[in-house]
Design a protein around this ligand. Structure first.
Ligand code: AMP
Ligand code: MG
Length: 421
């Protein structure tokens, strides 16, 4: 970096322009490369891990030709017209197949998921059948093949069930189990160290002295990182001292990524960027967004470094916008960038054009459809606004005041984190 961090701080951080958000994200994603290393894990341990190799179905899915309905199985040609009657000779339940062959003129009772027996090709739902002892009369003509799910219809044995690069979801675990695969090869988990900086911070559970606050960022980060499936190393609270910060950064540099919060701004007790400049490389510092301007990105040792702002809302917003996609890429999957939708806003929003602003919002679903309601208190220290919100209203640099009823860009907190397209 040509201009030293000290000089930039002395100028209030405004001597070089803050990066637009898209550029910051593009720079991070082009720098970060997927990790090397694989391991084989059981399905329970595979949740939110990234698949390392294609997984082929070990068996046909479904494994046997089975019924999609509760009803009766027969030859379709035996019920070629309404009112046909067949002799009931047995039953097939899921997991308890009918053992014999069904002959012409016969039918069996069959349940959903039960094996469709030899000699039959069709299932008629029970609502179209009238049973009288051993005789069953069908009110409608059959369509041969109806309500039958052939073996291997979804996946034949040997076919690829899942491709590498997937960030495995709950549904994927179910798919793996259904195709008879109890273990999978996954990429190594990124190891992510994180710490909070600030002389005012006290761990929760300890009494606050005057001027102190509880460290909440390590809890929001713990939650967001755990949801991503990375391995975490909580390094605690680091005071606002260069030596302590240097020591923490050195120690953390053995991980794959390091996240700090606080101390990345232009105050007299903000040493994070200086320390990064001395011990590693500053990729960029400051992003043109509110909240979240004092964000530093760089490298220290083998670790990617993200210096997040200390304000609790800013730390979460920058994590979602910039760190989560980077960690998904590091883990070996293609990140899904924030998914955007345009929705009418329920109330007016005041904003000056010039920089990007994220406001917390709530989805409102009513008889008029979906809209978004801006959360009242938008201060970057108001963590409750994140807890009550379920989305961000993303107001671009060109946007000024917005009137109630106008459309705004909205990004849900809960969205796919990886892109399988
Ligand atoms: P900083 O980025 O260090 O200037 O901090 C900005 C604001 O965020 C200050 O009001 C800090 O007290 C607050 N803050 C910093 N770190 C944390 C944390 N870990 N938990 C809660 N608040 C924090
Ligand atoms: Mg601080």
């Amino acid at each position: 970096m040509s201009i030293s961090i000290k000089a930039r701080k002395a100028a209030g951080g405004h001597d070089t322009p803050a990066l637009p958000l898209e550029e910051a994200r593009a720079r991070i994603l082009s720098a970060v490369e997927p990790l090397n290393g694989e391991e084989t894990v059981n399905l329970h341990a595979a949740l939110h891990r990234v698949l390392a190799e294609p997984v082929a179905a070990a068996i046909d899915v479904p494994a046997h030709t089975n019924s999609a309905m509760d009803g009766y199985a027969m030859r379709g040609e035996d019920v070629s017209e309404p009112g046909s009657e067949l002799t009931l000779v047995g039953e097939s339940f899921a997991g308890r197949p009918f053992q014999a062959r069904v002959e012409p003129g016969q039918c069996i009772r069959i349940m959903t998921g039960a094996v469709v027996p030899d000699g039959t090709d069709t299932v008629i739902m029970q609502e179209q059948a009238e049973r009288d002892g051993d005789s069953v009369r069908f009110t409608k003509a059959a369509k041969t093949g109806a309500n039958v799910r052939p073996a291997g219809e979804y996946l034949a044995a040997g076919e690829t069930a899942l491709k590498p690069g997937r960030w495995l979801t709950a549904a994927d675990l179910g798919v793996l189990a259904s195709v008879g695969v109890p273990q999978v090869k996954v990429l190594r988990k990124p190891r992510v160290a994180f710490f909070s900086t600030g002389d005012e911070l006290k761990p929760v559970g300890q009494t606050l002295a005057p001027g102190q606050i509880h460290d909440s960022n390590r809890y929001t980060l713990f939650g967001m990182l755990t949801e991503l499936g990375v391995e975490i190393e909580d390094m605690g609270i680091v005071p606002d001292q260069r030596e302590a910060l240097d020591e923490a950064l050195q120690k953390a540099s053995k991980c794959d990524a390091v996240l700090s919060t606080g101390g990345a701004s232009v105050g007299d007790a903000d040493f994070v960027v200086e320390a990064l400049e001395k011990l590693g490389n500053v990729g960029f510092w400051q992003v043109a967004m509110k909240p979240g301007r004092p964000l530093a990105f760089g490298k220290i040792g083998q670790a990617w470094f993200f210096g997040l702002p200390g304000n609790p809302v800013s730390a979460m917003v920058t994590f979602l916008q910039l760190v989560r996609p980077a960690l998904v890429r590091l883990a070996g999957a293609t990140p899904m960038l924030p998914v955007q939708m345009r929705l009418p806003v329920t109330g007016a929003i005041r904003k000056k054009p010039g920089r990007r602003e994220f406001q917390r919002g709530r989805f409102i679903q009513d008889e008029k459809g979906l809209s978004v309601s801006p959360f009242g208190h938008q201060g970057s220290g108001v963590l409750r606004s994140m807890s009550e919100a379920d989305c961000l209203i993303n107001l671009g640099p060109e946007v000024g005041d917005v009137a109630a009823g106008e459309d705004v860009m909205v990004e849900a907190f809960a969205q796919p984190v990886w892109n399988g397209a």
